[in-house]
Ligand binder design. Structure first.
Ligand SMILES: [Zn+2]
Length: 267
């Protein structure tokens, strides 16, 4: 039985260890009203973060943050599936930013909340895969209740190796099918939730050189911080859960996922 860490485990502030640093590959610092310098300052065991844009404005903000913290923040430009119906109005600005970012996205499909019509989500997703291909960049993909559709679009595009599936929640079946496409999987707080058994069964199948860790700040805080605004410092808690799933020491998971992040976002 999986046990979520609690405050009593002394994990409120993961201890700094020089031999164990992490990369938070999905951290919306620019969507958070808290001071990014303070949040990065608290994240003493975090080497650097990726700050995904979700629309033109937040993509421009991501680029500004990366300018302000060049060693700490990597910028992206993209339109979230929730906002996909704005693609025609926003695409020029996002395409314009594509030359100064390290990834396209976050894009993808969200058929759980359906905040944009599905056909428009598909169009926006396809257009952003094409943009990533044209610029030779990775593409950050949000996938909720749309495993089959995301799989088919990546397969048809032939660009699976470019895809980073953020906050991966697929079980064995979908993890296997996406592994065949050459994608990279990014794990977030839910891998450590008591209810995360399906995610852990999928994670067991993912080799460390195809795995990343993220917080999805300010959302999805890992245990024992569930319900609080998330922050990059807590990526270590996600990584420790993943290490437990793999049956390896946390420093092994930290080194492997950080090397994967370097390869993808800082080639
Ligand atoms: Zn996100």
């Amino acid at each position: 039985m999986w046990r979520e860490p609690t405050a009593l485990d002394g994990k409120y502030a993961p201890a700094f260890r020089a031999d164990m640093t992490w990369v938070d590959t999905h951290c919306h610092l620019q969507l958070d009203e808290r001071d990014p310098a303070a949040m990065l300052g608290r994240a003493i065991s975090v080497d650097w973060v990726v700050a995904p844009g979700v629309d033109a404005e937040s993509s421009a903000a991501s680029v500004r943050l990366a300018g302000q913290f060049p060693d700490k923040v990597v910028a992206t430009a993209g339109l979230h599936p929730h906002e996909a119906s704005r693609w025609s109005e926003q695409s020029a600005e996002i395409v314009g930013l594509a030359d100064v970012v390290s990834a396209i996205g976050e894009t993808g499909l969200d058929f759980y909340r359906d905040l944009s019509p599905r056909a428009e989500q598909v169009d926006s997703f396809r257009a952003q895969i094409e943009l990533a291909t044209a610029k030779n960049l990775p593409v950050i993909v949000h996938c909720r209740d749309a495993f089959r559709e995301v799989h088919d679009i990546l397969e048809t595009s032939g660009e699976g190796e470019r895809a980073v599936l953020h906050c991966w929640t697929g079980g064995r079946k979908w993890t296997k099918r996406f592994l065949e496409l050459g994608v990279t999987f990014s794990f977030a707080g839910p891998v450590a939730f008591e209810t995360g058994e399906t995610i852990r069964l999928g994670a067991e199948l993912v080799p460390p050189d195809r795995a990343l860790v993220e917080t999805d700040t300010p959302y999805l805080a890992p245990p024992p911080h569930r319900g609080q605004p998330n922050e990059p410092a807590w990526v270590a808690l996600v990584g420790e859960a993943l290490a437990q799933v793999w049956g390896v020491p946390p420093e092994t998971a930290a080194a492997a996922t950080s090397a994967t992040a370097e390869r993808i976002f800082k080639p």
